[in-house]
Write a protein that binds this ligand. Structure first.
Ligand code: PLP
Length: 407
């Protein structure tokens, strides 16, 4: 381990892929050779200048990075209190942060000689990013998507098909992200020879959580430099929404060893965190167990059966959370809160009206928490929030929730 990472929050995971008691590699024997090969490729890529040169070229010329760090002046004025900056990752090609990570995984897949890429998607943003990069490199792409999500994210389903991907609706369970991930895992076990599983968040077996985090850390690395340029100092508080936790880990990671920076992850509180499980707040309302190859906090019943979560936002509708978040939660380095559907909808409208930005429903949860705490903070307190997706995909859901017919 490099000297500067000793006693660092950024030192994890250990050699077995664990963040404290979380993470690891709980997979079938069939998958082990493939996962070990991926780990080998990734370990090599980490210190391979040609890998990072290719990533930076694509981030710059294909994705449009760096995304701006934007002072939301009218939102700041409306809320009164802390100064609010938005990291504009919704301006990336394909409309969200997901493509930051997809590019890294597809470069690795090509290096491993894989010709068929599979992915799971909730809101469709990871599916669209994967279909996009597969089209760019001429790779076959299959996307698993819960049938319920297919229904509520129609624009993204159409985009994926336009991009040449096969979209497979998954009808098991409640037809959401967990079920799509289960079917993608099944496909992977069956087709290990030619297939690469491109996971969309900081979950799955080691090395996925660390690898996806490292690809998304471009968000925090840029934000840190941009904040120094704009304010000459670090932000006081970071805020990001959490489904599996990749955009949040990407923003948080470069700041973990800066003790003055308060870190807040926002989970989906759905209709309110209660025993009825009408929410997706795994840290606030769940407990540790194993799902999708890693140990983390999960929504589960007394017998350890995974419970279906609920959120108005398809991208946050996952009953687990990345293992690094589970660890940061338990050691107290980051705080995790939940926001209800109603609060997220109000924040969605507030952002449209004050900033002329239509946010996705996922970061609207983070915005709602900003709206909750900013008024209580002094004017010299700086909040940096990751606006990780744009809201075009959500206008039908929002219209329905507001009782407006636009069909
Ligand atoms: C715009 C947007 N934000 C956030 C998420 C949640 O994912 P994560 O927590 O991995 O960033 C999604 C997932 O689909 C998304 O589309």
């Amino acid at each position: 381990m490099p000297d500067d990472l000793k006693n660092s929050y950024r030192a994890g995971p250990d050699s077995r892929g664990r963040f404290g008691n979380f993470g690891g590699r709980f997979v079938s024997e069939t998958l082990m050779p493939l996962i070990l090969e991926l780990e080998r490729q990734y370990e090599h890529a980490k210190t391979d200048d040609s890998f990072w040169a290719e990533m930076h070229d694509l981030w710059t010329n294909y994705v449009g990075r760096p995304s701006p760090l934007y002072h939301a002046a009218r939102l700041t004025e409306r809320l009164g209190g802390a100064k609010i900056y938005l990291k504009r990752d919704e301006l990336n090609h394909t409309g969200a942060h997901k493509i930051n990570n997809v590019l890294g995984q597809i470069i690795l897949a090509r290096r491993m000689g894989k010709t068929r890429i599979i992915a799971e998607t909730g809101a469709g943003q990871h599916g669209v990013a994967t279909a996009t990069v597969c089209a760019k490199f001429g790779l076959k792409c299959v996307v698993y998507m819960g049938a319920h999500d297919v229904e509520r994210q129609q624009p993204n389903v159409f985009r994926m098909r336009l991009l040449g991907a096969e979209v497979i609706p998954v009808t098991s369970g409640r037809g959401t992200l967990k079920d799509a991930m289960n079917d993608a895992m099944r496909d992977w076990v069956t087709n290990v020879r030619d297939t690469f599983y491109c996971i969309g968040t900081v979950a799955g077996p080691h090395p996925y959580p660390a690898m996806v985090r490292d690809f998304q850390a471009i968000i925090g690395t840029e934000a840190k430099a941009q904040m120094q340029e704009a304010e000459g100092r670090l932000p006081d508080t970071l805020i990001a929404a959490i489904g599996g936790g990749s955009n949040a880990m990407g923003l948080f990671y470069p700041f973990l060893d800066d003790p003055s920076v308060r870190i807040i992850g926002v989970e989906a509180g759905g209709k309110g965190v209660s025993d009825e499980m009408q929410h997706c707040a795994s840290l606030t309302g769940g407990r540790p167990g194993v799902l999708h190859g890693n140990r983390t906090y999960l929504l589960q019943d007394d017998d350890g059966q995974i419970l279906e979560g609920f959120s108005i936002s398809a991208g946050l509708d996952y009953p687990g959370i990345g293992p690094e978040h589970a660890w940061l939660h338990d050691i107290g380095r980051a705080e995790y809160v939940s926001i209800t559907d109603r609060e997220a909808l109000d924040a969605f409208q507030l952002c449209c009206e004050t900033e002329g930005i239509i946010p996705a429903l996922e970061p609207s949860h983070a915005l709602a928490h900003v709206a909750k705490i900013a008024p209580e903070l002094p004017a010299d307190h700086i909040i940096c929030m990751n606006l990780c997706g744009r809201g075009d995909k959500d206008i039908f859901t929002v219209a329905r929730a507001l009782g407006i017919d636009i069909s």
